[in-house]
Design a protein around this ligand. Structure first.
Ligand SMILES: Nc1ncnc2c1ncn2[C@@H]1O[C@H](COP(=O)(O)OP(=O)(O)OP(=O)(O)O)[C@@H](O)[C@H]1O
Ligand SMILES: [Mg+2]
Length: 219
């Protein structure tokens, strides 16, 4: 079943169109790479998926048309998404453990259970020794790994990750990619925006590419 379906999708800022009549779909369980040069509209497209930017035309995410979505539905939708921002957006006043637990607080999980799940995930991204540190005390790669743990802890329907490995060294990048692959194996749809495709990647994926304002399905 299509989780995402775009029909004549357009995105504009101040009536300047950066995405024009685009048609594409993403199936449940897909692993998707979204590529395009800097300024092509990757971040804007991702923002339209979670209601930060309102598109025109039709953009269905599950049952919701993002061109028309109302606030109540948006709150519902966002609980089903895991978002990895280009600039991490960890909460500076909270330690890493609490940051990763955040989605579970929102969903009303019990504190002990949340803590257990967060510790398990932080172990997977090799941050067990940084649980009580604050984001500012972590390197960029460590913050990114924590941000990804936070984005998948509540087993969202879809993960949206904006350039999650740009600027990471090989070690951090491979930990991060392994985490996405693990999430995808659990049935989570994964969308990763990046300038280019990864060199080596052993998982079957779909390729969306933005060029001259249009989103193309390349595979
Ligand atoms: N809030 C905004 N208001 C006006 N224009 C914007 C806004 N946000 C982005 N843009 C413009 O939209 C275009 C696409 O930007 P976007 O950030 O989506 O590109 P990107 O593909 O993510 O680039 P990068 O690879 O550098 O992150 C750019 O020309 C940018 O200047
Ligand atoms: Mg961007």
């Amino acid at each position: 079943m299509a989780l995402v379906k775009a029909n004549n999708l357009k995105i504009a800022y101040n009536s300047q169109y950066i995405i024009k009549d685009s048609n594409f779909s993403i199936e449940e369980g897909d692993f998707v790479f979204l590529t395009g040069i800097s300024g092509s509209g990757k971040t804007s497209l991702i923002k339209s998926f979670y209601g930060e930017v309102r598109p025109e035309g039709e953009l269905y995410i599950g049952p919701f048309n993002m061109a028309k979505i109302k606030r109540g539905s948006l709150a519902k939708l966002r609980k089903r998404l895991g978002i990895v921002f280009q600039d991490y957006k960890l909460i500076p006043e909270w330690n890493i453990l609490r940051n990763v637990m955040l989605p579970l607080f929102i969903m009303g999980y019990d504190k002990n259970e949340s803590e257990k799940k967060a510790m398990e995930l932080l172990k997977k991204v090799k941050l067990s020794h940084k649980l009580d540190k604050f984001p500012a005390e972590l390197s960029g790669g460590e913050q990114q790994r924590a941000a990804i743990a936070r984005a998948i802890i509540h087993k969202p329907a879809m993960i949206l990750a904006d350039e999650p490995i740009s600027g990471l060294d090989e070690y951090s990048a491979s930990l991060v990619m392994d985490l996405f692959i693990m999430a995808n194996k659990m049935g989570i749809t994964v969308l990763i925006a990046s300038h280019s495709l990864p060199q080596e990647f052993n998982v079957q994926y779909k390729h969306l590419h933005i060029e001259k304002g249009r989103v193309y399905e390349l595979s």
